[in-house]
Design a protein around this ligand. Structure first.
Ligand code: CMC
Length: 427
């Protein structure tokens, strides 16, 4: 590409620098555009806008490639662990054996939550959606951990990051326990990050809980698949909230709120609900027809992606994991067959082919999580738990980025022009 983009606007001829990353499309640096032309760019949904520089995650949507710090997601999912990927995302390099041990120990030591937080939970209705609880409780952490909210102190940023990653499974498990009326379980430091979460969720104080290593590995892999995903809606929300100087707990709560929506993290819950509604393979054509109907708001949940115009590499790993979990638990789920057939039909349908709509990470995750025993309302909570490391790593990157400014988009105003107020008696 050239080193400058030329813009001609009215009588003005302007050059804008072109920046290159290590891989991926070049970007045109338009920061001076408004000052020089008195015009903004218009890009709702940021389809053509790079909001920051980042070294964490790279996606090639056409090829279906996802790299974290350069490492392909398939290799990480197959060979790494969620703790190691967390270290990688936070620090930029894979840890040595000792560094990994130290990091895991540090995270483990932060898993307990302030005892008073349990009281906070009791303010929620028992039938509250766990995402509502998660959003509220994580936001409230800033009221419990005052010693790690100074964003200008690097040491406090590290502690806040570790606290968020460590406490998220505890809070997520508490949200579940609260909804089923069982007592909260304290973390067990002898277990892995994921094993501990399984025990806090499914264990009871009355008897020992034995972690199934196959399920532990499968869930750990699901966490890896969700750990980070470039500048998606919730990550951008975390960055935008953080750009004002808000504390990290408040920023992550903002990310959780954004993730909840069915077009984003809420799609895993919506996808399983959709499969349940379809129920049997013979009803698939009806739902395919609805998804294609412009007058019907229905979409195939777990299908399509803003960036991937190819098979989501995370969906490939997810589909394989379904089979592993089913084999271990000696279960089958007719909904998995519905999902497989739905995928097959959609991938051969001209509508989906032309629009390049493929299964995404959420298409198969619900089937696995349900087999493990999670209710659908917990699916997005698990996504949030895993994505916390990505949010935290991106937030840290933003704070130390010299180009960072408060995020403040502009607009194309289409409302009334100035007019005079008319008293109510004269209207
Ligand atoms: N079913 C049917 N049609 C679809 C679907 C779908 N799932 N997704 C996109 N389309 C159509 C859409 O109607 C549009 O058609 P047209 O050009 O004729 O108007 C075209 O494809 C492009 O869609 P878009 O909404 O402009 O694309 P987008 O990049 O804004 O949306 C998306 C991406 C993920 C929100 C969308 O594909 C979607 O709603 N999918 C279902 C929800 C889902 O699975 N979300 C999880 C995403 S992966 C996990 C995560 O990031 O959280």
């Amino acid at each position: 590409m050239t080193d400058a983009a030329k813009l001609s606007l009215g009588s003005k001829q302007l050059d804008y620098p072109v920046m290159s990353g290590t891989i991926g499309p070049d970007v045109i640096d338009i920061r001076k555009l408004y000052a020089q032309t008195d015009a903004f760019t218009y890009d709702p949904g940021f389809t053509s806008t790079a909001s920051c520089q980042s070294t964490l995650t790279y996606i090639d949507g056409d090829q279906g490639v996802l790299l974290h710090r350069g490492y392909p997601i398939g290799e990480l999912a197959e060979q790494s662990s969620f703790m190691e990927v967390s270290y990688l995302l936070l620090n930029g390099e894979l840890p040595s054996k000792q560094e990994l041990e130290n990091f895991s120990t540090t995270i483990t030591r932060h898993t307990m939550v302030h005892e008073q937080l349990a009281t906070f939970f009791r303010g929620f209705r028992r039938d509250a959606h766990p995402m509502a609880i998660l959003c509220g409780v994580v936001g409230a952490l800033s009221a419990f951990y005052h010693d790690s909210t100074d964003i200008h102190d690097p040491a406090q940023r590290v502690i806040a990051s570790h606290r968020l990653i460590a406490k998220m499974p505890t809070i997520a498990a508490m949200a579940y326990k609260y909804s089923v009326g069982q007592p909260f379980l304290y973390p067990d430091n002898s277990l892995s990050y994921t094993g501990n979460f399984l025990r806090m969720t499914f264990g009871v104080p009355a008897e020992p809980y034995i972690v199934n290593p196959v399920i532990e590995k499968a869930l750990d892999r699901i966490f890896i698949l969700h750990a980070d995903h470039e500048q998606n809606a919730s990550t951008s929300t975390v960055r935008l909230a953080g750009s004002s100087g808000a504390n990290p707990f408040a920023c992550i709560a903002a990310g959780i709120a954004c993730l909840w929506g069915p077009a984003h993290g809420g799609a895993n819950e919506a996808a399983l609900n959709m499969l349940r509604e379809i129920g049997t393979p013979d009803r698939i054509p009806e739902y395919i027809a609805r998804a294609k109907d412009k007058n019907d708001p229905f979409r195939l949940m777990g299908f399509g992606h803003r960036v991937y115009k190819n098979y989501d590499p995370r969906a490939t790993v997810m589909q394989k994991t379904v089979r592993e979990v089913f084999a271990e638990l000696k279960v089958t789920d007719p909904l998995f067959d519905v999902a497989l057939q739905l995928e097959e039909i959609a991938l051969n349908d001209p509508y989906f082919v032309e629009k390049k709509l493929f299964p995404n990470v959420d298409f198969y995750s619900g089937v696995i999580l349900s087999a493990i025993g999670f209710p659908t309302s917990m699916f997005t909570v698990l996504f949030a738990l895993a994505r916390t490391v990505g949010w935290v790593a991106q937030w840290n990157e933003m704070i130390t980025d010299p180009d960072q400014k408060i995020g403040r988009p502009r607009q194309l105003y289409t409302g009334p022009t100035q007019r005079s107020y008319v008293p109510v008696t004269e209207r």
